[in-house]
Design a protein around this ligand. Structure first.
Ligand code: BGP
Length: 460
């Protein structure tokens, strides 16, 4: 076989509780920021579709886990909903939720699918947001308690845990660029949220290790390689700052237990450093992960700014760089994102050369297609474009492995077409198409292809 993968390579896909469970305000679950925001401003969501319209995993979990097996997944990532397990964010545990997650975990194990469980996928309980969300250190403590409750309840069977999915996204969306609640645009508040998230992460890692339940704990980061337009010092400097702000602000604490000094200096110079407390530094050191999940969709192309910054304008990352559109780039025409398969290799090589080749895996990579149901023929979607997308990335992953990368697996985003935040069902990503009206599931061509890749542990 031309592209053979190592024995016991993790083949699977990823999803999340808020994007699949449904039953968003019932069975004891309280509102998250998404339920709240949708109730306030439904028109900000594509076709006014909100978080209640999902594949209803809360009810269809048994059927979906059978499909996981049919697609030869040996691993699958989803998340626990904090607002379902502990409806007020802190305090009483919802026993119905405990039963639900126990059933899901047990059924996955019974079907030979290792559960990878993430604790936070953009879904802050509204009760916690009302007291300031990640800006409030009490919420950091409440999250740590929630994490420890999960380890206590499910840690005997779940051996791969993640504290956060893409923690930079709520920072960008909620505090910089207005695509998540609470729709604030303020760099210093964003920096505080980012900092407190990593403190919460470290507390959870510490709590996990104190229990020592014999598994591993990590974090899932969306890494966007920052490619400079040219080798001119000004472009190199601009790309380096974008890398510091969007990648290394999370990657360095997760793998080295500290922030890059260059980033600290930059924020200090501009008066944007969040407030630190005694003991924070030591805590961050304890947050170094056992396992890194890497979400990779597209790179960032960066050039130096071609105009001076108005020093009166509010401080933003874009003070230091411009995005640049590379001529001739390959595009996903549906989602409007660049396709650059080599990015996966560049990320893994960077981790091997500069971060001690950590245990890691590709935890998300996928192709969103706008209005994909229009490609349905005879009741099925023959998504050759998705097969080309996934195999193109797997080839570069394979090359990184041959050069010694510590990458352990590949998870596609996502299993079944899911509700995707403000985009709702605009872009479909699944191996399985979902009819929202009837809840009927149909495996796409890419799902069948992936089942064969997983079974053969590679492809030609
Ligand atoms: C990732 C998130 C997923 C999912 C995916 C697709 O960043 O972890 O939750 O939303 O992106 O996103 P979109 O629907 O915006 O294309």
């Amino acid at each position: 076989m031309k592209y053979a993968f190592p024995k016991e390579f993790w083949w699977g896909s990823a999803s999340s509780a808020p994007q699949t469970e449904g039953e968003s305000l019932s069975h004891g679950k309280s509102a998250t920021v998404w339920d709240h925001w949708y109730s306030q401003q439904p028109t900000r969501f594509h076709n006014d579709v909100g978080p209640q319209d999902t594949s209803t995993f809360y009810k269809n979990w048994r059927e979906d886990i059978a499909l996981l097996k049919q697609l030869n997944h040996n691993t699958f990532r989803t998340s626990i909903s904090w607002a379902r397990l502990i409806p007020n964010g802190r305090g009483d545990v919802n026993q119905e939720a405990v039963t639900f997650y126990n059933q899901v975990i047990d059924e996955m194990l019974a079907q030979g699918v290792q559960p990878f469980i993430n604790l936070f996928h953009f879904d802050m309980p509204m009760a916690m947001q009302e007291i300031g969300g990640w800006e409030n250190r009490d919420v950091v403590q409440a999250y740590a308690k929630y994490a420890d409750t999960c380890f206590e309840l499910f840690g005997d069977r779940v051996k791969h845990w993640f504290t956060f999915n893409e923690p930079v996204v709520p920072v960008e969306g909620g505090y910089l660029y207005d695509f998540h609640y609470p729709n604030v645009v303020d760099f210093k508040r964003a920096a505080t949220v980012a900092y407190h998230t990593m403190l919460a992460h470290s507390l959870a890692v510490k709590a996990y290790r104190a229990r020592d339940p014999g598994g591993e704990i990590g974090i899932i980061l969306n890494l966007t390689p920052s490619y400079p337009r040219s080798q001119n010092p000004a472009d190199l400097k601009a790309a380096n700052i974008a890398d510091l702000m969007f990648n290394r602000s999370f990657l360095d604490p997760a793998l080295r237990g500290e922030y890059p000094q260059e980033l600290v200096e930059l924020l200090k110079k501009h008066g944007q450093l969040p407030a630190c407390q005694q003991g924070d530094k030591e805590l961050l050191k304890q947050g170094v992960v056992d396992l890194l999940g890497i979400n990779y969709y597209q790179p960032r192309r960066i050039q130096c700014r071609d105009s001076m910054v108005n020093p009166e304008s509010p401080f933003m990352p874009e003070w230091f760089f411009d995005n640049y559109v590379m001529p001739g780039r390959k595009m996903n025409p549906h989602r409007g994102w660049e396709i650059y398969e080599q990015g996966i290799y560049d990320i893994l090589t960077n981790l091997r050369e500069n971060y001690g080749n950590p245990r890691c895996f590709i935890s998300e990579n996928g192709m969103g297609v706008e209005n994909e149901l229009r490609f349905e023929q005879a009741g099925r979607i023959d998504d050759d474009y998705r097969i080309e997308f996934v195999s193109g990335h797997l080839k570069w992953l394979h090359r990184a492995l041959q050069e010694g990368s510590g990458c352990l697996g590949y998870h596609m985003w996502t299993f079944i077409d899911c509700w995707s935040w403000m985009n709702a069902y605009k872009n479909r990503y699944g191996f399985i198409q979902l009819d929202l009206e009837t809840q009927k599931r149909t495996v796409k061509k890419s799902g069948e292809w992936f089942a064969a890749v997983s079974k053969n542990n590679g492809f030609d």
